[in-house]
Design a protein around this ligand. Structure first.
Ligand SMILES: Cc1cc2nc3c(=O)[nH]c(=O)nc-3n(C[C@H](O)[C@H](O)[C@H](O)COP(=O)(O)OP(=O)(O)OC[C@H]3O[C@@H](n4cnc5c(N)ncnc54)[C@H](O)[C@@H]3O)c2cc1C
Length: 415
């Protein structure tokens, strides 16, 4: 055997799993894919965040989502073929729309809430324990609103959700917003201050985590797995260059996991919800904490060197489809309405990445068959950075045979 566990996927879910299993005494090899930059973990918004698991009223109800997707310049969009195919009964959009009810969204939020608080603690321990270069900020985040109507609609619901889940939020008026973040424009009407949120620079953290894991002696191959299979003695992973044998394989390929599902004959509805990132040259103005521009769904953060990072959009498309530059341009135009920034912002990097999304809003973590050795850990969609440490614990529970009742929510056989 080359390893006890072969982890396929070099994003935060794969790396946290490899780290955890290595610490538990397993011999681990990671097959990371083409390069760290390819995964959603590289260019995301960097928030260790509770907000994405809430019952946002704006997306409640199928027709609201359709109207949003059809609006010109909206943050939600779809490749027309994917929209057509996935809207048919049984398709991803069809399933997703059926779950857009307040009680259903509240149920999922409650399931994820405990993991979010646990994951934050695990992230802080990891960054400190392994001395990761993460640019960690623990000053919370602010969701800033520029429309009275949206603010009054969302703030009440979000505050209720958060209070129920033991997560601290403050609803702040315009003045309070500008005190927290003086760069916010005069047009801000109010905001939600997520006191417990943290922020990390995802690309830096990912690179630093990779180095830390390699220093511990875990081998990472930057190759694409073409095939995974199991037999009586164990599992095999083929990359085209390398053949690996192990006791278990963990499939953590994010939005690309679907390709291996197909070759394994597994039917799990997984789609790429693509998001965009623009990074500017450093500016002299400083943000105190990440700002979520709620009306346009843009997260604005800043690296320690002063580069502004803008992330936004939810685009249903193939994970490897080319970047749509018009979205980057639109995002830069919109952001000027929210913050007092220099007139000219020079973009030094653009990126698009794929959130792995499941229509019922919960991840898929479990064995593909009852006693099988192929374990899957994907589908963390908007919360994969946040929840990757807890996901790794669940994978460890599966492999060590520890009973964890939470796993029933995430079963790959639930569809
Ligand atoms: C714009 C944007 C903003 C986001 N903001 C946040 C946020 O603020 N907070 C939060 O918690 N989450 C956020 N997310 C979501 C988060 O980034 C993802 O949920 C998370 O990164 C998923 O991690 P993963 O390891 O499952 O997948 P990925 O990070 O996508 O990793 C998958 C890995 O598999 C590799 N791979 C692909 N094919 C193969 C193959 N054949 N063989 C081997 N390896 C392969 C890829 O190269 C990659 O390394 C955001 C996402 C986006 C796009």
């Amino acid at each position: 055997m080359d390893a006890d566990v072969v982890v396929v996927g070099g994003g935060f879910v794969g790396l946290q799993t490899a780290y955890r299993l290595h610490k538990a005494g397993f011999r681990v090899v990671v097959v990371g894919g083409e390069a760290p930059r390819k995964g959603a973990s590289w260019g995301n918004a960097g928030l260790i965040h509770q907000g994405s698991a809430t019952t946002v009223p704006e997306i409640m109800g199928f027709w609201r989502v359709v109207r949003l997707a059809l609006r010109r310049g909206s943050y939600i969009s779809s490749n027309p073929w994917i929209a057509l195919k996935e809207s048919l009964p049984g398709g991803w959009i069809w399933r997703y729309a059926r779950g857009l009810k307040r009680e259903e969204m509240a149920r999922r939020g409650a399931i994820l809430a405990g993991f979010i608080l646990e994951s934050k603690r695990l992230w802080l321990d990891l960054i400190k324990g392994e001395d990761l270069d993460a640019e960690l900020l623990t000053a919370g985040s602010i969701e800033a609103y520029f429309s009275e109507e949206l603010f009054s609609l969302e703030s009440r619901v979000l505050a209720e959700d958060m209070a129920e889940r033991g997560y601290r939020v403050d609803i702040v008026d315009a003045e309070g917003c500008r005190e927290l973040e003086p760069l916010l424009s005069e047009n801000v009407v109010g905001g939600i201050y997520y006191v417990d949120d943290a922020w990390i620079n995802p690309a830096k953290t990912l690179n630093s985590f990779i180095s830390a894991i390699e220093r511990m002696g875990v081998k990472i191959l930057w190759e694409r797995a073409e095939k995974a299979s199991e037999d009586r003695e164990g599992v095999s992973v083929e990359t085209g260059k390398t053949s690996l044998r192990g006791e278990y394989v963990v499939l953590a390929l994010g939005a690309w996991t679907g390709r291996l599902f197909k070759s394994l004959g597994v039917k799990i509805p997984l789609i790429a919800g693509r998001g965009y990132l623009a990074v500017t040259e450093p500016v002299s103005q400083r943000l105190s904490r990440p700002v979520f521009y709620a009306d346009e769904k843009i997260v604005i953060s800043q690296t320690s060197e002063g580069n502004l990072r803008f992330t936004s959009y939810f685009e249903l498309n193939a994970p490897d489809a080319p970047i749509d530059r018009s979205k980057i341009i639109r995002m830069l135009q919109k952001v000027k309405g929210a913050l007092n920034l220099p007139d000219k912002l020079s973009v030094m990097d653009e990126w698009v990445g794929s959130r792995p999304c499941i229509p019922d809003g919960l991840p898929v973590i479990g064995r593909l068959s009852e006693k099988g050795r192929i374990v899957v850990a994907t589908g963390l969609c908007r919360l994969g950075l946040t929840l990757s440490p807890s996901t790794a614990i669940l994978v460890e529970d599966i492999i060590t045979g520890r009973d964890n009742p939470a796993l029933r929510y995430f079963s790959p056989t639930r569809f």
